[in-house]
Design a protein around this ligand. Structure first.
Ligand SMILES: Nc1ncnc2c1ncn2[C@@H]1O[C@H](COP(=O)(O)OP(=O)(O)OP(=O)(O)O)[C@@H](O)[C@H]1O
Ligand SMILES: [Mg+2]
Length: 210
């Protein structure tokens, strides 16, 4: 494994009206929890989308374990970016089962274990359309971690969670990190960053400072 799991080299991403990433250069070491903070619209989500292969850079490069990023499904990354989309007329388990069938890496029991880990009822029949906001977020976290990826990209993973939920998810992220996952997360809550992250950088108007 490369020393830096993710290397962003002079990344530039422009939209019509804004330059969302202005020569962003940063390296994320394997095995750690890294935090990114920054105001609304500063470019955090765009950076995450580029790391995941959802968006292409205008110039620069992003290396994942020493190799240029590939399209998202081909990579070993667990992702929460903005509101995860689920099928409302299916249960949480069935949604995860459908997603797990893409890669066929995990069993139904592993899906149930993951639901339990995020505090959702593994046997629950409730359709996702009837989930509360916090339940949907928990399902989003389950989707991201269920295949135990080596890299977790978590864009504001604590949104919509109550106090207890935030504490539970902090413990869960720490546990996954201890089991070997590298985590890059953004949060607007200083306490999350303090409690979890070994490195912190700040995005400001498309520029990243450590
Ligand atoms: N698909 C897009 N088309 C045009 N502009 C975009 C697009 N995606 C993002 N932007 C712009 O890029 C800039 C950075 O947006 P981004 O979503 O990365 O901010 P953010 O740091 O994640 O903010 P927040 O804290 O609100 O989530 C903003 O000016 C935004 O309007
Ligand atoms: Mg964002």
């Amino acid at each position: 494994m490369a020393e830096y799991l993710v290397e962003v080299q002079s990344a530039v991403k422009k939209f019509k009206e804004t330059t969302a990433l202005k020569q962003v250069t940063v390296k994320f070491e394997a095995g750690k929890i890294h935090g990114i903070i920054g105001r609304n619209g500063s470019g955090k989500t765009v950076l995450f989308k580029c790391i995941c292969g959802f968006m292409k850079l205008d110039s620069g490069a992003i290396l994942l374990d020493g190799e240029p990023v590939k399209p998202a499904v081909a990579q070993d990354i667990g992702i929460i970016i903005e509101e995860p989309g689920f099928i409302g007329s299916l249960s949480g388990f069935k949604n995860l089962k459908l997603l797990a069938s893409i890669r066929r890496e995990i069993t139904d029991d592993e899906i149930r274990e993951t639901l339990d880990l995020v505090g959702l009822d593994p046997k629950g029949k409730k359709h996702v359309s009837k989930y509360s906001l916090g339940m949907r977020h928990r399902l989003g976290i389950a989707q991201a971690i269920m295949e135990r990826p080596k890299l977790l990209i978590l864009d504001e993973p604590m949104n919509g969670l109550d106090k207890q939920g935030v504490l539970e998810m902090r413990e869960l992220f720490k546990k996954l990190n201890q089991e070997g996952a590298t985590i890059i997360l953004s949060s607007h809550y200083a306490e999350d960053i303090e409690a979890l992250c070994e490195t912190v950088c700040e995005m400001d108007n498309g520029e990243l400072t450590e």
